[in-house]
Design a protein around this ligand. Structure first.
Ligand SMILES: *Cc1c(COP(=O)(O)O)cnc(C)c1O
Length: 232
């Protein structure tokens, strides 16, 4: 079958994930691998699921709604891209974890929509560590305050933090940003609220997942290394 390249790619990726885990004295089963399937169609996605992918990540609402019914059931869906308030209603019944919450207003809309379908929506707070102006995410200084505000909302659970590292030639230069993320992540548990629990630290992509794992990531979002280069 033509899609068997996915099996090879996944096997190679697993070797490297395991290598990073042993370097950091961590266990492989602490880490959730999210296959980032943006621009890929359902046949590719379903093949990767057959080869072991349990979690898929999409960065656009439209791609989730378009492909949702074609994907085998039981897989977990992650929204990893920017989410506009007016689009929450399209995905609230579909996604297991929203990685990209960066304002109280968005969190309020998520909570309201979740309440309508009797759901507690798991979310992460997106942090803009490198303070890149073109990127979404809250500044490290504002994270704790935002989580405190969001913790007042009824139908949301804050499960951790997410970061999109800038594209760099040498991923080693990202290590200090990842350390900042881990420091913030550890501080989340100081917030005493029933709906705040530091479970997931989502950082690391194709170019930098090894260093992210070494610095404490337990969710990595990998696209290119599994599915190949994207054609937009
Ligand atoms: C596309 C994307 C990824 C995966 O990037 P690769 O470099 O292809 O692994 C991870 N996270 C987010 C938010 C993305 O949009």
């Amino acid at each position: 079958m033509a899609l068997s390249y996915l099996k090879t790619q996944l096997a190679e990726l697993e070797l490297e994930i395991n290598e990073a885990c042993s370097k950091a004295s961590r266990k492989r089963d602490e880490i959730t691998l999210i296959g980032v399937t943006k621009t890929y169609e359902a046949d590719v996605m379903n093949a990767s699921i057959a080869y072991g992918i349990t979690d898929i990540g999409e960065n656009k609402v439209q791609e989730i709604t378009r492909k949702y019914d074609q994907i085998v059931k039981g897989v977990k869906w992650h929204l990893i891209g920017h989410l506009q308030t007016n689009k929450v209603k399209y995905i609230i019944d579909k996604v297991d974890l929203i990685h990209s919450v960066d304002s109280l207003r968005l969190a309020e809309e998520i909570s309201n929509r979740a309440q309508k379908i009797d759901k507690i929506q798991d979310i992460l707070i997106q942090v803009n560590v490198a303070d890149e102006t073109q990127k979404s995410g809250v500044s490290p200084d504002s994270v704790i305050e935002l989580v405190q505000e969001i913790s007042q909302l009824k139908n949301i659970k804050v499960c951790g933090l997410m970061n999109i590292a800038p594209f760099v030639d040498d991923p080693e230069t990202l290590r200090s940003d990842f350390k900042v993320m881990k420091g913030l992540f550890d501080r989340l548990n100081d917030i005493k609220a029933d709906n705040v629990e530091a479970k997931f630290l989502s950082m690391g992509m194709s170019g930098d997942f090894g260093i992210a794992i070494e610095e404490g990531a337990n969710m990595i979002r990998v696209g290119t290394r599994i599915y190949g280069k994207r054609n937009y």
